[in-house]
Design a protein around this ligand. Sequence first.
Ligand code: FAD
Length: 477
Amino acid sequence: MAAKVLVIGGGPGGYVAAVRAAQLGGEVTVVEKENVGGTCLNWGCIPSKIMKTSAELLEKIHQAQGFGLAVTGEAKPDMERLMARKASVINTQIKGIEGLLKHHKIKLMKGEGIIDGPGKASVRGADGSTAAVDFDRLILAMGSTPMNIPAFPFDGDRILSSNHILAITEVPQSILIVGGGVIGCEFACILSALGAKVTVVEALDRLLPLPSVDADCSKVLQREMKKRKIDIHVNRTVAAVAKTEAGVSVTIGPSPFAADLKEKEKVPFQVEAQKVLVSIGRSPATSGVGLEKIGLTLNAKGWIPADDHMRTNVSGVYAIGDILGPEKVMLAHAASAEGLVAAENAMGGDKTMDYRVIPGAIFTMPEVGTVGLSEAQAIEMGIDARGDSVLYRAIGKAQVIDELAGQAKIVSEKGTGRVLGVHLIGAHATDLVAEGALAVQNGLTVAQIAGTIHAHPTLAEIMSETAMKAMDRALHG
Ligand code: FAD
């Protein structure tokens, strides 16, 4: 008899795991309480990039004259149409995933998945109805939700989460963003391009303060965001948010993480804004699922620990995606890759998740694409490494499209030339990083990138140019 595989959560982790388990002969059920596609499709990657596409286009229209185009009339955001386009793209994708599940004979049950005990679960529908499901293997893929700050909780009006921002009906005149990580910086750029006055407050000493993001990318991003007139306060935290008639009055104080602030930098100050966006992280979607009924243990912060086979502490129960928390990688393509591993293992395989080469795509303006080790990480690991950078402005295509800001950096091992990491900031960096991922994953050398003829004129030439520089043979850079 086919193994019964139950997947709770139909995001990029869950639905991919379901398809793979079905391909391997499992009798698969997916339980989803909202729409398939999860945060990624409904509240994350896709809607935010739809907003970014419009923001970028608006910016280009404003630059039309410089490209020799006379544009008359005022170009401005039409949020109603923008949101209608967002809904239309999302709906198409939802139908696509539902079709995929059907094609693989996977049963999709709409409702909240609740574990009742070993091998037993139920699905509570929105109408209060309950249906039982039994399982031999369980894959947990419930994802995460925006993290609330109890001192100034989300109210959907003035204090917003990323979910709220993705549903705005008008662009706020001004907004203060708490958190200069990936989501905070992406929305800072989008909202600024759409016309909002944006302030970003980050507790650490740089924007995108992630070990995987090379410090040079943060530096260039901070400079470019400042050029966009975005106010940036690093080494600061938001101490309080008071609601005022016009919006909010935000008290910004020193960060507990900043060790060596000068006296005057420690003095709190106020910023007035119409809205606040809180983007300081995510919370695990584990409550009310009944995990305790099968003896599944969570870590101190409520995330589910899993090994590289995606196994939890309970035999036959796997966990994937955001629900594993920030100790793993909270990205859609990481969730899908983990989903494939979990499905294979649930169906009797022995697969391991490889966390070494997961590219990061950050849709700021300009974009950031990063994979492998940063220069700092390589040095910390004691590798005899070098970092070589080439500016976008050295590349013909960057001049053609007038996207001069940014650079590519290749981190390579001295002597062998093995590519350890690639860190790009600039136009289309999120696409260009794919070549870096191929190189790092396959242990390629800078000589192999440099020896690959890159078409002209393309932004991809920055990769061969940077590789040549890493061989002390730069042509243009
Ligand atoms: P989710 O996508 O969160 O899916 C979990 C699903 O489980 C949800 O649909 C939820 O409704 C369902 N669920 C939860 N509990 C239950 C239950 N008890 N019963 C039934 N169903 C349940 N990542 C990228 O790689 N690139 C990006 O550009 C990017 N942009 C982002 C932008 C924003 C604003 C945000 C918030 C996130 C972004 N991410 C991005 C992160 C990405 O969305 C997540 O890493 C990814 O969605 C995680 O997938 P998942 O399947 O683990 O969980």
